[in-house]
Design a binder for this molecule. Structure first.
Ligand SMILES: [Zn+2]
Length: 179
């Protein structure tokens, strides 16, 4: 079974309290994100890391505080989430990774049988990613101990909706125990 991992938006502005658009508790996910990313590369599982890359006057900033501006430190990924050449970086300017015109053809090329998703924020960019991936008709798993929400109630609702639509839940320990 060919699996693809999706590490959603684990960027400095989202992951740390000093970041421009901090997702509460996100820094505590870093060991989990790092182990999943390293596991993927070690097992030749394609790893797609999505990243916001905004311009200084991005239209998104009418709705959100400026964050992840290309060329700033906040836009970068924390060092422990970077795992070298096996990591496919996909930049985007909106919440939804499917807005990157290259993304659909990348999925097509990878020919996966299963998608595994983690990162931030559950109630925004993770939600967009799992919704689009479920629509692709392949099994999608969400890693419940490697996600964090802007609003925990909304995050819990997203997880419930995801399961209702046929998604499955997994954990870091379960995934890294796979041979
Ligand atoms: Zn953004």
């Amino acid at each position: 079974m060919k699996t693809v991992y999706f590490d959603i938006d684990t960027q400095i502005d989202f992951m740390f309290p000093a970041g421009a658009l901090y997702v509460p508790g996100a820094e505590r996910l870093l060991p989990a994100i790092a182990s999943l990313n390293h596991y993927a590369v070690a097992h030749e599982i394609p790893l797609i890391s999505t990243a916001d890359a905004h311009s200084e006057n991005d239209p998104e900033f009418r709705q959100w505080p400026p964050h992840c501006v290309a060329g700033t430190t906040g836009q970068l990924k924390p060092a422990e989430t970077l795992v070298g050449s096996g990591q496919i970086m996909v930049e985007k300017q909106t919440l939804n990774v499917f807005s990157n015109p290259e993304f659909a053809s990348l999925l097509e090329r990878l020919q996966a049988d299963r998608y595994v998703v983690y990162g931030v924020a559950t109630d925004y960019c993770v939600r967009c990613a799992v919704t689009g991936l479920l629509a692709a008709g392949k099994p999608v798993s969400l890693v419940t101990d490697a996600i964090a929400a802007v609003n925990p109630k909304d995050g819990a609702r997203v997880v419930d909706e995801f399961v209702a639509r046929g998604g499955t839940l997994t954990t870091v320990a379960e995934l890294v125990a796979e041979p």
